[in-house]
Design a protein around this ligand. Structure first.
Ligand code: TIU
Length: 225
């Protein structure tokens, strides 16, 4: 009997068996307010260049993923315009003068439908690509992501986006607990804080891959392209 050769992506802590038809590219929160100069992230004093270096590797990965007809899902962090899904604790956290729901540099901050809430033009979703609007840091909490993945037979995720230690980490942990295998290409995820970027990646692959695998977009593309 002939066996179908398994595709394998070079990764840490060990190679990732890759099944393209069952693997979605999940791009987390590449939103204008987190990434663009003059947005909410920069207004809070963050260095957006730490996130912007992820745009080009994500663009390349997305372009190849699309050209091969593989599945792509995007997420956005944000809330209803009436803020009924915004926990009061999240609204006041940080004691900022301007917080979620207030008027910011690109419209109301993290409110659905506002310019700053939308995805950056470089990675803009196609009409065929689901966009998950999530009120929390994790993409599974209070969303239909798990149902969409199950309905499409997806068991593996390549998780990219921002920020590494917040929404990417929370999503990878949620996915791992639901039985998904997650691979994180390190050049496609970013943190405002270099030390959190390094620690966040180490945590994923520690203890034999406690939450998942870490690799690079080049290594992923060497198998897909
Ligand atoms: N998308 C995401 O990570 N949301 C955040 O609020 N991240 C921060 O690092 N603040």
């Amino acid at each position: 009997m002939k066996t179908i050769a398994t595709l394998s992506i070079d990764a840490e802590p060990y190679s990732f068996d890759f099944f393209p038809a069952a693997c979605a590219l999940l791009i987390i929160d590449m939103q204008r307010d987190f990434l663009e100069p003059g947005g909410f992230g920069e207004m809070l004093g963050n260095d957006v260049s730490q996130l912007r270096r992820t745009i080009e590797p994500n663009r390349k990965l997305l372009s190849v993923w699309r050209s091969k007809g593989l599945q792509v899902i995007h997420t956005r962090e944000g809330h209803r315009p009436d803020l009924t899904d915004l926990p009061p604790a999240k609204k006041v956290r940080g004691h900022g003068k301007t917080t979620i729901g207030d008027e910011g540099p690109m419209g109301r901050i993290l409110v659905r439908g506002e310019a700053g809430h939308d995805i950056i033009p470089e990675l803009y979703p196609l009409p065929s690509e689901p966009v998950i609007d999530k009120p929390g840091k994790g993409a599974f909490f209070a969303t239909d992501l798990h149902a969409i993945l199950q309905n499409r037979g997806i068991t593996q995720l390549i998780v990219t986006g921002v920020t590494t230690e917040v929404c990417v980490h929370t999503t990878v942990r949620e996915a791992n607990d639901r039985g998904y295998d997650c691979l994180v290409p390190e050049d496609c995820v970013g943190s405002y804080f270099p030390e959190f970027q390094a620690a966040g990646l180490k945590m994923i692959k520690a203890q034999g891959g406690i939450f998942g695998w870490v690799s690079t977009s080049e290594k992923v593309l060497s198998v897909v392209a």
